[in-house]
Design a protein. Sequence first.
Length: 607
Amino acid sequence: MLAWGCNDGYRAVMKTDPRTAPGASSTTAREDDQSDNAPDDLTDNFIEEIIEADLRAGKHGGHIVTRFPPEPNGCLHIGHAKAICLNFSLAAKYNGQCNLRFDDTNPTTEDTDFVEAIKEDVHWLGFDWKDKEFFASGYFPKLYDFARTLINTGHAYVDSQSLAEIRENRGNYYKPGIESPYRDRSVAENLDLFTRMRAGEFDEGAHVLRAKIDMQSSDILMRDPLLYRIHKTPHHRTGTEWPIYPMYDFAHGLSDSIERVTHSICTLEFQNNRPLYNWFLETLDVPHKPQQIEFARLNLTSTVLSKRVLQRLVHENHVTGWNDPRMPTLSGLRRRGYTPEAIRAFCDTIGVARRDGRIELALLEHTIREHLNATSPRVMSVLRPLRLVIENYPEGNTDFFTCPVNPEDPAAGTHEVPFSRVLYVERDDFLEDPPKKWFRLTPGREVRLRYACLVTCKEAIKDPNTGEIVELRCEWDPASRGGASPDGRKVRGTIHWVSAAHAFDAEVRLYDRLFAVDNPLAEEHGNDLASVLNPDSLEVLTGCKLAPSLKTTQPGTRLQFERLGYFCADTLDSTPGHPVFNRTIGLRDSWAKIAQKQSKTKQAGRR
């Protein structure tokens, strides 16, 4: 597996510095709107500074252990990719290890299928945890013993209030908490009740185990937080063995300690949980105490990275599943044609920060576009076909013209493309009454058929019933074989084509951004996901005319359809001899152009 940080090969083929790409402003590129004094070197980050200081001080015996701890209740998304890259890269940089630990403490939401999907995603990104695969459920006996220790030392008690009463009595920022009437139960009574909870004697909601800390604390999380609750739902690994389950805050830090994690790297939403994280470690006097460090999570414009909302998109059938190519999940991005190299490079570019910010989606799109430009073979295919007949080309003849596999990579070589009397061109490449500066096909106009020859449109044939143009009648210049101008005349328009006798029909899916607004979760949109979805996020085209070489394309193959964009053979719906292609991304950032036009319109209005 690849080691994170090894992007030299990728950066060598980047034509544009990602830091100056669309969406990579001086503030957003580091995900920190306040970081005016951010260092120029994007590989520097404050977490590395902490680790290096610990190494100099000889902490943890000079050994670094990080972990990536997903909850298996959904698929990973691009935000998780940032955490994956960060944790595995730090371990690799300092010759340490990164554990993959599944925080599977909630049997009502977790599933073995998600476990396997997460492992596939991490491997796909290029990382390997070797034999360091763990589950919080594997620590259930130890966590249970920890809980009993807290009871024995007077730091935990069984509360028999309802969850609604506990929530009400906890108070808020303006109202102090009220102690539970069960808070002063004896150690013996608490141990007895907790043992019977473990034995499955009680119904769900009858009792919970709480830490005894401080109900008057200004930190609401320290007001006697829950440690265990009763769940009779079978667990995906332990079945019905455990009718009680530890809460995340209790299990997380202690699992880190059990695994001897040195640096527990979390996103900023866990910053408020750090005092509780440390309280468990100190109160239980565990032999190993990890350090929790928080960094800014990834927030992308025009994208939702909330697992709860992604679950809604799936359950409300706004998408076809977690791996829908419009989803920001790694499985969706993979199916759409994104590359792990580009995602790693994107995470490297945005770096880490201490404060939340928003990254323009255009930066991610730019990164994948640059990588695909450098690595994708070129083919000519027509998505909205219009028949073109070359009247002075001999019937039954076939020529072959030479095309580069990838102009960015001369070593990739060339391939031959068949040419015949009847071709297909893009319907959008012809206008009967064109505007000024139209250089494509129109009656009387000469254009270049890419790599082949020059043709002049003589006539457009229309359907007598609908008036729709159904065929173009053209003539070619035999002296222009290969696309050259034989007498040096200037021909400005170049269009792509396929031979009608050799092309095959296929389905092509044009995917675009799922959301039509910059911040889909803004209060102004309420809770109505449907109202902010992009109605043009998917267009399915059938009867597309594809180059014959694509008929045997293997699922997952990435290509550039010349002049149209980057495409990938769908990994689920493609069958032998019948590939289905998904558009990964266009050749240009059309959304940035739209935003620029809107900005200019607003500025003009202010004037």
